[in-house]
Design a protein around this ligand. Structure first.
Ligand code: SF4
Ligand code: SF4
Length: 373
């Protein structure tokens, strides 16, 4: 076991930032037990070895046994924009289909990816699971033995009926209940599924709509849909609006490889809001590794888009965001929100967006403006 070496390349940026790791010359596959890893070490391994190699290291742990047993995944969508699914399609290291192949994932149902699964043919309800995603959902959930991935918040309103969000003939609450009951594990993908997200933003109608996250609504687990339904299942939250594809794929990999046992290991690898600590470090925030930090330290701020200075006065809330975005970066490691000129809106936090509203606007600046008028 663990005889594959992942060699770290020389990289002055990483050595400068991760000085405590700079003497490492390599890491074994056992060390790459990444949901348990120190997040600095994980990022360094991922950056130098590549995510593809990182995933393959699990397969090479067992010579002669190069295939994981098939894992069935059932994906359902509540109130969402499909941005989380689109983000997953952007996975690049490895690409999504390659990751599914390596991990031997059978995606049984996904209404956006598997678009042939409609509900009606020639105006009549389709009556086979190949054509009708409601029948498919029933079949798979009755068989059990799957990971349920939930994208989007689940409506409880009006009056507990869940009918403010219908898909075909069913409410998303009904679909979620059906799918959750026999799931081995539930992964809430994106801030809407994890905590309610923009669906639970404070408004005149928020209590009537009564959207819920899977295991939390905002920071409150007692208001999660699972608690409301009286269903007890292990849950992993992968927040983000949208989440980084690495966060989703590497979490699946850790589970499928057996390196994180469900449910026994979850208290060790998750934070108090159900997030993998390796991607959402409790002791770290996006501000700490910002490429604009020198400007922050020198109190030099941009006040309109297109500059290179600190974005604090344009509403940057990176202090609140516990995530590795500034080091991992998005789009195959090229850039991320703040680097691209957009203030961080702390989209990974349970109370997003109310904790950071008004977005892209410094509250202090706004108050000053109001005082001046
Ligand atoms: S732009 Fe945001 S993350 Fe970067 S230094 Fe300024 S406040 Fe911090
Ligand atoms: S940088 Fe901030 S807004 Fe952008 S993805 Fe990360 S947490 Fe969300």
């Amino acid at each position: 076991m663990g005889n594959i070496l992942i060699h770290f390349n020389d990289n002055s940026y990483w050595d400068d930032h991760l000085s405590e790791e700079s003497t490492d010359s390599g890491s074994t596959a056992n060390d790459l037990d990444f949901l348990r890893m120190d997040w600095h070490k994980f990022l360094k391994a991922r950056r130098s070895g590549g995510g593809f190699k990182l995933l393959e290291s699990y397969m090479n742990d067992n010579p002669g046994d190069h295939d994981f047993p098939e894992t069935r995944v059932l994906w359902i969508q509540g109130a969402q924009c499909t941005g989380c699914s689109e983000s997953l399609l952007d996975a690049s290291n490895p690409a999504l289909l390659k990751a599914f192949e390596i991990l031997n994932i059978d995606l049984k149902r996904h209404e956006a990816f598997l678009a042939h699964q409609g509900l009606f043919v020639d105006g009549e309800p389709a009556n086979t699971s190949e054509l009708n995603s409601e029948i498919l959902l029933d079949e798979i959930s009755e068989q059990g033995n799957y990971i349920l991935m939930v994208e989007g918040a689940i409506a409880n309103g009006p009056d507990g009926s869940g009918k403010y969000f219908m898909s075909g003939n069913r409410s998303s609450k009904e679909m979620f209940k059906k799918a959750a009951q026999n799931a081995d594990l539930i992964i809430a993908v994106g801030t809407c599924a994890a905590y309610g997200g923009i669906n639970t933003a404070d408004s005149d109608i928020v209590n009537i709509l009564d959207y819920r996250g899977v295991a939390f609504t905002k920071k409150d687990p007692s208001k999660g849909m699972l608690n409301l339904l009286g269903i007890d299942k292990p849950v992993i939250n992968i927040p983000g609006c949208p989440p980084h594809p690495d966060w989703i794929i590497y979490t699946l990999s850790a589970i499928i490889s057996g390196n994180v046992k469900i449910p026994d290991d979850l208290p060790e690898v998750l934070d108090k809001f159900g997030r993998p600590k390796v991607f959402f470090p409790p002791d770290h925030n996006v501000h700490k590794d910002c490429p604009r930090k020198e400007f922050f330290d020198n109190k030099e701020f941009d006040t309109c888009v297109g500059g290179e200075k600190c974005l604090l006065k344009m509403g940057c809330q990176a202090f609140l965001a516990h995530a590795d975005c500034a080091l991992r970066k998005w789009n195959d490691g090229h850039s991320y929100c703040v680097q691209a000129g957009s203030p961080c809106i702390a989209c990974v936090e349970p109370d997003f967006p109310d904790n950071t509203r008004p977005l892209y606007s410094s509250k202090k600046n706004r108050k000053r403006k109001e005082a001046d008028q």
